[in-house]
Design a protein around this ligand. Structure first.
Ligand code: 5AD
Ligand code: SF4
Length: 485
């Protein structure tokens, strides 16, 4: 793979390989010029040997993927990365707006940066991501956080070098916003890992679930061309990636609006045809667009994980209607049952919202019964959070926060029971896992099954990034223990 090199004051495409760096198309000259000047200025301002960046990413995988693009551009400008904000010349928080709690955490952590700025006045503080697409948030940052130098939203990532350049050259705070929905194929990506990584296949969302802020902060659905996706998947596989997760807010509607006639199932089949030893995952699927063809594609594939993350949000058709999810409990169960029939041992996971406006205890009990009926491997559970500007924010809410808290605890208990019994049933079986990291708490290797269950195994760090066969010896609630065969 190619890498940019800075030589004699110009940035050009170099030839030495870095397996976690990816570039589909070369950057336009203008962006390279901005990065070049940023590099020059930061080399004067830096406090250590190299300009250092600290990037803190909140929220979902889409944000992680966006941060990897910003890291790609920063690395071209000569930055290295640090885990300590204190050591950085450039601090960036990539923010999440999905729930109020996420926003509060960001505001708290941004407030704490004031002390770093006091100790190191030259440090540049930048905020980006979904929160910054909300005018009220950007205004609050502008008024109450004067030490924040640079703010830009999800639509301005390609403009990051220009905005950063403006800040450095004019020494004035920069608040960039735009409605640009272009898909840029010329932004370099510096992935966090070199054996598993995200691959964005589409951006934005058109679903407007009544509780959700995403369509307002990430814009309309738009898909990347299949050529660009296949080229990236091939490059990752050639570079040694063992797991690729295709990303989008609603991957099932991939292809909508493209000139080429292609569905998500077809895209999966084309990626699956690439030779090599690797696993494909994808997220997130929307049940209303999850077709039998998709299930058949998974069942018949060589590389697709036997895992379906299919957020149901609620088990009550009444609440699903109020959520504007456009499927019923029955329709959801229908596709789940088909998946169970077609894919032996399929692992199904989901997202659940507890305490949506108008939800009663009876509605909540329908969610619990759905959970029991499906037998999810694991769940991401959330208490409903009011997002100003969404339709649900205006809906009357009957349950108290205390009641919602109780329901939430009840839900966790039921799910724990289900996950524990599923894990127990796996003891004695053999699983193929991808070894991911060392668990710092107990020194065991942490690996993941195709069904997305964590298995802890004693072993050597050199195994990280490889597929191994593991005999499951023990179940610990929702985590497994095993031995390499
Ligand atoms: N309140 C609580 N949970 C939410 N989610 C999205 N919006 C909200 C909200 N306002 C959850 C959904 C979604 C996941 C990514 O976050 O379950 O699937
Ligand atoms: Fe939000 Fe619904 Fe779109 Fe998911 S599908 S991002 S929950 S609006």
């Amino acid at each position: 793979m190619l890498w940019y090199i800075i030589k004699n004051d110009t940035i050009t495409l170099g030839e030495y390989a870095l397996s976690n760096f990816y570039q589909y198309k070369e950057m336009p000259q203008k962006r390279l010029e901005y990065l070049n000047i940023i590099s020059d200025i930061m080399n004067v301002r830096k406090r250590g040997d190299k300009p250092m960046a600290f990037i803190n990413t909140y929220g979902c995988q889409q944000n992680v993927a966006d941060s990897e693009k910003i890291k790609g551009m920063l690395s071209v400008a000569g930055f290295d990365f640090t885990e300590k904000a204190e050591d950085a010349d450039f601090i960036l928080f990539n923010t999440c707006a999905i729930r109020e709690h996420a926003e509060d955490r960001v505001f708290g952590n941004v407030g704490a940066l004031k002390n770093i700025k006091r100790r190191h006045p030259s440090v540049i503080i930048a905020l980006c991501g979904c929160m910054m697409e909300q005018k009220a948030v950007a205004d609050r940052i502008y008024k109450s956080y004067p030490f924040v130098n640079l703010v830009f939203g999800t639509h301005s990532i390609a403009r990051f070098p220009e905005l950063f350049y403006n800040l450095l050259v004019n020494s004035k705070r920069v608040f960039g916003s735009c409605d640009d929905n272009t898909i840029y194929e010329d932004i370099p990506i510096l992935r966090d890992k070199d054996f598993k990584g995200w691959l964005s296949i589409m951006y934005g969302c058109d679903n407007f679930c009544s509780y959700c802020i995403v369509p307002y902060v990430r814009g309309r659905e738009r898909s990347r061309s299949s050529d660009a996706i296949i080229a990236e998947a091939k490059a990752m596989i050639e570079a040694g990636y063992k797991e690729i997760t295709l990303l989008g807010q609603n991957v099932n509607s991939y292809g909508k609006g493209l000139k080429e006639d292609i569905s998500f199932s077809e895209l999966l089949r084309r990626i699956d045809a690439i030779e090599g030893d690797y696993l494909i995952r994808f997220m997130t699927s929307h049940p209303k667009d999850c077709t039998r063809e998709l299930i058949d594609t998974i069942a018949e594939s060589t590389h697709i994980s036997k895992h379906l993350h299919l957020p149901c949000q609620s088990g009550s058709s009444k609440i699903l209607k109020a959520m504007n999810r456009r499927y019923t409990r029955e329709k959801y169960l229908d596709i789940i049952n088909y998946a169970k029939e077609r894919i032996p041992d399929v692992s199904i996971t989901s997202d659940i919202i507890v305490g949506f406006p108008g939800e009663t205890y009876e509605d909540f009990c329908e969610t619990v019964s759905l959970i029991r009926e499906v037998g999810f491997t694991s769940l991401f559970t959330f208490i409903y959070s009011r997002r100003p500007g969404t339709p649900a924010a205006k809906m009357p809410d009957v349950a108290t926060e205390e009641e919602k808290g109780k329901w939430f605890t009840e839900l966790l208990k039921v799910q724990e029971e289900i996950a524990a019994s599923r894990c127990k049933s796996m003891v004695g079986t053999t699983e193929r896992v991808l070894v991911e990291e060392v668990n710092k708490k107990n020194g065991l290797l942490s690996a993941r099954t195709s069904g997305n269950i964590i298995v802890e195994v004693p072993g050597d760090e050199s195994m990280i990034g490889s597929f191994r066969e593991v005999k499951i010896t023990e179940a610990r609630n929702w985590i497994l223990r095993g031995e390499f065969i």
